[in-house]
Design a protein around this ligand. Structure first.
Ligand code: G6P
Length: 468
C-alpha cells in the first residue's frame, strides 16, 4: 500500500492503548484520508519545552504512525500565537484592523516551517504523497523542495482566502504566495476562495492561467481547486439518534420543559460572531416580548487561543454581554442565555442539536463551518429544526435552503429567529430534506477521496531540480 503523509500544526495522537483517531474536525477528515493508505501524521506535539529536540518523537498507534515535534516557548509565541494567529488568521477572515504584523513573529513562522521541513524530509520515501493542512504551514512545500523532496505535495486551506487587496495588506504576502507555488495542488473550501487566490496569483505574481485551474507562477506550476470539506454523516446521525439516553442531553431537555431551544456551538473566536449573535437574540426578545420565558438560547463556546490578546478581550466582551442580557431580561424562573465554555463530546452535541428547534450559525466569516453541517445531519425527519446560517460561511454554498442571514445585521438575524420558531413542519421538512441529502452525498469521505484522486495524478510529474 502506498503511504500518505499528513502534516498539520495540531496532531491528534490517540491515547495509549487506543488506535482510533479521536473525533473532531481535522481528525475525522484525516482518518478518512488514511483509509486507503498507510499513514504517517506529522506536526506539533502540543508541548512547549526549552531547547526542544530537532528529531521528531515517533509513536505507533494501530495503522497510523505519528511523528511529533515540541516547540520552544519562543517558537510557540512567534509562529503559533504570533504570525499564524495574530497576522494570518485575522487577515484571512477579512479583519485587517485586528491584524498585527511583526518581523520577529514572521521570522519565527519561517523558522518553524523550516525545522518541520528538515525533520520531515528525513522521513519521506520516494513513493509517498504529502498532504499539508492549513495556514500555519503555507511555506512548508517550498522548504521541503529546498530539502530536495520531489514527491507530490498538496495543501488544503481550511479557512477563507480573502480578496487580493485584503491579503496583500500583509507585509509578507508576495513571499508567501511565491512559496505556495511549490505545492502541486492547492485545495480551498469554495469557488469564491479559488477565484480570490487565483486572482491574487495573476494580479500580484503575474501568474499565467493554463486552464483547468492550473497556473504558471514564477516558473512553477500549481493547480487550485475547491474541495468543500464534509462531515462523517453516518456516525454523526447515529450519535444523534442514540443521544436521548445521554445524561447531559436528558437533563438539558428536562430543564427546558416546553421551552423551545436555540443553540449555538463555536470556538471562542471573533470570526464566529458570538457577541453579535447575542445582540440579535436580545433584539428578538425586544421585538417579540410574548416569547420571553418560552425560548432559551444555549451557547456552548469552548475557550480558544487564550494566549492571544484579541481572544482574551473577546472572552471579557462575551461575559459582559451575557451578564447584561440575562440581568436585564431574565426572571428568577427564566434565564434567556445559558452560556457554557466547556467543550462537550460529539455525542452530547449531536443530542443537543437534535433537541434544538433552531441552530444559530452566524459567523462574520468562516472557511466552511462544520457545525452548520452537523446541525442539519442531527435533525430527524419527524420534526426537523431550522438552520439560521450566515451567508459569509463557506457552508452557505451547499446549504442554500437554510435561512441565510447577514450576521452584521442584528435586525435581520432576529427576524430569521422569529421565522424559524414559527415555521410550520411542512416548510421545515421542505428546506431540510435537500440539505440532508446533499450532506450525505458530499460527506468527508467524498471530500478526502476527491482530493486524493487529484493529488495522485501528480505522481508522474517530472520536477525541475529545486532552486537555490
Ligand atoms: C480552525 C483552524 C484549524 C485549527 C482550529 C483550532 O478550525 O482551521 O487549523 O486547528 O481552528 O484552533 P487551534 O489554534 O486551537 O489549533
Amino acid at each position: 500500500m502506498a503511504r500518505l503523509i499528513i502534516v498539520s500544526n495540531r496532531v491528534a495522537v490517540p491515547a495509549e492503548g487506543k488506535d482510533a483517531v479521536s473525533a473532531g474536525g481535522l481528525a475525522v477528515a484525516v482518518k478518512e484520508a488514511f483509509s486507503s493508505y498507510e499513514g504517517l501524521w506529522f506536526g506539533w506535539s502540543g508541548n512547549i519545552r526549552d531547547n526542544p529536540s530537532l528529531e521528531p518523537e515517533l509513536i505507533d498507534r494501530g495503522p497510523i504512525q505519528y511523528a511529533v515535534l515540541d516547540l520552544s516557548p519562543q517558537d510557540h509565541r512567534e509562529y503559533y500565537a504570533g504570525f499564524a494567529n495574530r497576522a494570518l488568521w485575522p487577515i484571512m477572515h477579512y479583519r485587517i484592523g485586528l491584524g498585527t504584523f511583526s518581523r520577529s513573529d514572521y521570522a519565527g513562522y519561517q523558522r518553524v516551517n523550516q525545522s518541520f521541513a528538515r525533520a520531515l524530509a528525513k522521513l519521506v520515501e520516494p513513493d509517498d504523497l504529502i498532504w499539508v493542512h492549513d495556514y500555519h504551514l503555507l511555506p512548508l512545500a517550498s522548504e521541503l523542495r529546498g530539502q530536495g523532496i520531489a514527491n507530490p505535495i498538496g495543501y488544503f486551506h481550511h479557512i477563507p482566502w480573502p480578496a487580493a487587496d485584503v491579503f496583500n495588506t500583509l507585509p509578507a504576502s508576495n513571499e508567501l504566495l511565491r512559496a505556495m507555488a511549490d505545492y502541486d495542488l492547492i485545495g480551498l473550501q469554495t469557488d469564491a476562495d479559488v477565484q480570490n487566490l487565483s486572482r491574487n496569483f495573476i494580479d500580484t505574481m503575474r501568474a499565467i492561467p493554463l486552464g483547468g485551474g492550473a497556473l504558471m507562477v514564477d516558473g512553477r506550476r500549481t493547480r487550485i481547486r475547491s474541495f468543500p470539506i464534509g462531515i462523517d454523516v453516518a456516525s454523526f446521525k447515529e450519535a444523534a439518534d442514540k443521544a436521548g439516553s445521554n445524561k447531559v442531553v436528558r437533563e438539558t431537555m428536562a430543564g427546558l420543559r416546553t421551552r423551545k431551544l436555540l443553540i449555538g456551538v463555536d470556538r471562542l473566536d471573533y470570526s464566529k460572531g458570538v457577541p453579535e449573535r447575542m445582540e440579535a437574540v436580545d433584539r428578538f426578545f425586544a421585538s417579540n416580548p410574548d416569547q420571553r420565558g418560552n425560548v432559551v438560547y444555549i451557547q456552548i463556546t469552548p475557550k480558544s487561543r487564550s494566549e492571544v490578546p484579541e481572544y482574551e478581550q473577546l472572552s471579557r466582551e462575551v461575559n459582559e454581554k451575557v451578564g447584561d442580557i440575562n440581568g436585564t431580561l431574565g426572571e428568577p424562573a427564566w434565564t434567556p442565555i445559558q452560556y457554557v465554555t466547556k467543550a462537550y463530546p460529539r455525542p452530547v452535541l449531536a443530542g443537543l442539536y437534535r433537541a434544538a428547534r433552531v441552530g444559530l450559525v452566524t459567523p462574520m466569516r468562516d472557511g466552511m463551518n462544520l457545525v452548520a453541517k452537523e446541525y442539519v445531519v442531527a435533525q430527524s425527519e419527524e420534526d426537523p429544526g431550522v438552520l439560521v446560517l450566515s451567508k459569509f460561511a463557506g457552508a452557505a454554498r451547499q446549504l442554500p435552503e437554510a435561512l441565510l442571514v447577514n450576521p452584521y445585521d442584528r435586525f435581520e438575524v432576529a427576524e430569521a429567529i422569529r421565522q424559524a420558531l414559527y415555521m410550520p413542519r411542512a416548510e421545515r421538512l421542505e428546506r431540510w430534506k435537500p440539505m440532508a441529502d446533499r450532506m450525505l452525498r458530499e460527506d468527508v469521505d467524498w471530500w478526502a477521496r476527491s482530493y486524493m484522486a487529484e493529488l495522485e495524478s501528480f505522481r508522474t510529474v517530472e520536477r525541475e531540480p529545486p532552486r537555490a
